[in-house]
Design a protein around this ligand. Structure first.
Ligand SMILES: Nc1ncnc2c1ncn2[C@@H]1O[C@H](COP(=O)(O)OP(=O)(O)OP(=O)(O)O)[C@@H](O)[C@H]1O
Ligand SMILES: [Mg+2]
Length: 353
């Protein structure tokens, strides 16, 4: 028994999107992590049309995912989605302590945000010294309307679970990024890296510089659009179209007629998201792109993006150095690994709780 080693041994996360609930339990082993349980539950595809999905409906999906996963943990880390987050970089005197920064933000935050502080949860992260004035530091202010956070907490509670932390997607992405194997330890120093999560309806962008989140953005495009195009073009059900795009067996004209135009659109949207970053910042260029999200499992998508943008692109697999519990099929899990990037980052966060 040790009083000094009370770090958490296992951590559960739940990534809630309008298309799916993804649940992941990691445990800590020696100097690494192990995947204990996971499950992915698809939500009926018309949910994605709704602006707001009720917590009761989400709770049903969460309960099912939890039961299927076999996890026994009841506290989970969840995230508010990128689109529900407002960020603003502000400059404050470098001499302020953490408490003083917090006080200052409580007094002035609503000046930078379109809502009153009473309607918001907010957090901040001190970044680097201001480029133009070494006596100031840049502070990233992150806020979300209370209802976005409360909706998540309520959904978990209705499912019989408890939200231990409500994190910001971009921070979770950074956490997952931080455990990716890098060819050399200093590879990320002074580098600007774009993490691009291409999901079902949203493609989200997290920009890291020296390992810190410096920008987030999103575009509304994702794999659902491709599935719908297959569905309508070949007159098959949405479910069949979704399976066919992963497993193959579509007519010969599929690539030319549907897949390539979709990939072109995806590249344009990624380009637009990156342009929004470059025009908002100091003309910083992107050194590397890492792809995550379900659509990163599309064959050759890394090469397609790389050849259009002329930036090195890789598909992220944050589980590459993790061991897997015996009951998990390695191949099936690795295939889903990119789509579990966010869940992975959230689970890692849970170890700090
Ligand atoms: N092997 C594959 N080939 C092509 N598409 C795939 C493959 N695997 C998953 N997808 C697609 O990825 C999408 C799901 O990705 P993901 O699980 O990251 O989305 P999500 O997190 O539920 O949604 P969002 O992040 O947009 O809210 C689906 O459209 C799915 O069809
Ligand atoms: Mg997602």
């Amino acid at each position: 028994m040790s009083w000094f080693n009370r770090t958490q041994k296992a951590s559960l996360s739940i990534d809630i999107s309008v298309s799916a609930i993804k649940l992941l339990e990691l445990s800590r082993t020696g100097n690494g992590y192990r995947v204990e349980h996971f499950s992915i539950i698809s939500l009926p595809h018309d949910f994605a049309m709704q602006k707001k999905v009720s917590s009761a409906i989400l709770a049903e999906g969460i309960k099912k995912a939890w039961e299927e996963s076999g996890s026994t943990l009841k506290q989970a880390v969840v995230a508010v989605s990128e689109s529900a987050i407002m960020t603003k970089t502000i400059s404050l005197p470098a001499s302020l302590t953490d408490d003083e920064i917090e006080e200052e933000l409580i007094m002035t935050a609503d000046q930078y945000l379109p809502y009153s502080l009473d309607d918001l949860y907010f957090d901040y992260a001190v970044q680097s010294i201001n480029k133009n004035n070494p006596e100031m530091v840049d502070v990233l202010l992150v806020a979300s309307r209370r209802e976005n956070v409360d909706n998540r907490i309520e959904a978990l509670s209705l499912a019989g679970l408890k939200a231990s932390i409500v994190d910001v997607e971009a921070y979770a992405m950074r956490n997952a990024f931080s455990i990716l194997p890098t060819p050399s330890p200093d590879i990320n120093v002074d580098k600007t890296i774009a993490l691009i999560d291409i999901g079902s309806t949203i493609t989200s962008l997290t920009i890291l510089y020296n390992g810190d989140v410096i920008y987030t953005g999103s575009q509304s495009v994702g794999g659902k659009q491709l599935t719908e195009e297959i569905q309508h073009h070949y007159n098959i059900s949405y479910e069949k179209a979704g399976l066919a795009k992963k497993q193959g067996g579509l007519p010969d004209n599929y690539d030319e007629l549907i897949l390539y135009p979709f990939q072109k659109l995806l590249v344009q949207k990624i380009q637009r998201a990156l342009q929004a970053f470059t025009s908002s910042s100091t003309n910083r260029s992107i050194d590397r792109i890492l792809l995550a999200g379900g659509c990163a499992s599309m064959t050759n998508i890394d090469k397609v993006v790389e050849s259009h943008l002329n930036i090195p692109v890789k598909v992220a697999n944050p589980f590459i150095n993790m061991s897997l519990s015996q009951h998990i099929d390695l191949q099936a899990f690795y295939q889903k690994a990119p789509s579990l990037m966010l869940a992975c980052g959230l689970a890692l966060r849970g170890f700090d709780a």
